[in-house]
Design a protein around this ligand. Structure first.
Ligand SMILES: Nc1ncnc2c1ncn2[C@@H]1O[C@H](COP(=O)(O)OP(=O)(O)OP(=O)(O)O)[C@@H](O)[C@H]1O
Length: 265
């Protein structure tokens, strides 16, 4: 039977990628393709390199001294690490939402408009700000107070504001690094519902510690683990990557089964 997920167009290819911090190898030999309009979860025990790999997809590791990427990451056929590629343009197309909501100390309106200005947007700002806040399921709550500080919002609203800010510049991919871990359960459900709606327009990669969340929101799940290598230091590697229902229902690897059933990690 045809697999609808893997038959989809591939947006990002991860081809034998290893990532180092100085001499320390944090991630080893990862192969992993991200299909268009899928939600892909990265799960695994602490320190297995989920965030490290995620940050490579929009070259945020460039900002970490000593970080080095080996192998090839291609976005729509272009090597993201080619010397001709502009990391600022990469980050416009591949946006990021962080664990702690981090609005700018500016008005709600300006939080969304700011990135547009930087990106050189010359269209109708009011319209784009409203659209972005609507897509982030925040408009109804803030439409009468757009000039109030973004910091006056609740944590869950701040996170949706950060999502609005990210989608305003119309990226194709959104990276989310534990986007709900600082939020209460109701805000978490709102963000999970939002992720469902956003996948019609965006491709989403989400790092999460919450396995139920991975099972609820994602089409595909990548399970990573960490193991001691030569010299005793621990490196992260991809154990198994498949449709989420397979990973949580009938994984091929024993390590995955142990992890999802709570026997380690
Ligand atoms: N800036 C850095 N400099 C040096 N080592 C780092 C840096 N960031 C992460 N590491 C190391 O790389 C390894 C992978 O870390 P990473 O944060 O990617 O794992 P993770 O799976 O996302 O963990 P967690 O689930 O705890 O967030 C760890 O051993 C970590 O200590």
């Amino acid at each position: 039977m045809a697999n609808t997920h893997t038959d989809r167009e591939i947006v990002i290819k991860t081809d034998n990628v290893s990532i180092f911090y100085g001499a320390f190898q944090a991630v080893r030999n990862v192969f992993l393709d991200i299909p268009k309009n899928n939600v892909v979860s990265f799960i695994g025990p602490s320190g297995c390199g989920k965030s490290t790999l995620l940050r490579c997809y929009n070259r945020l590791n460039d900002l970490i001294p000593n970080a080095k990427v080996q192998g090839e990451i291609t976005y729509r056929g272009t090597n993201l690490y080619d010397s001709k590629v502009d990391p600022v343009e990469v980050r416009r197309r591949i946006g990021m939402v962080f664990q702690q909501p981090n609005p700018f100390p500016k008005s709600i309106y300006d939080n969304v408009a700011f990135g547009l200005k930087i990106a050189g947007f010359t269209g109708n700002f009011d319209e784009r700000v409203e659209q972005s806040l609507r897509k982030a399921a925040l408009w109804e709550e803030v439409k009468d107070k757009l000039q109030q500080s973004g910091l006056s919002l609740s944590g869950g609203q701040q996170q949706r504001l950060c999502i609005a800010r990210t989608i305003a510049v119309e990226p194709e991919v959104i990276l989310m690094d534990e986007p709900c871990s600082a939020l209460d359960p109701i805000s978490t459900v709102q963000i999970e519902n939002l992720i469902h709606e956003l996948k019609d327009r965006f491709t989403i990669i989400i790092v999460t510690h919450n396995m139920q969340q991975a099972a609820r929101v994602s089409d595909k799940t990548a399970f990573f683990n960490a193991e001691a290598g030569e010299g005793g230091s621990r490196f992260g590697y991809l154990v198994e990557y498949d449709d989420t229902r397979t990973i949580f229902g009938s994984p091929k690897e024993e390590r995955t089964q142990e992890y999802i059933s709570g026997r380690f990690g």
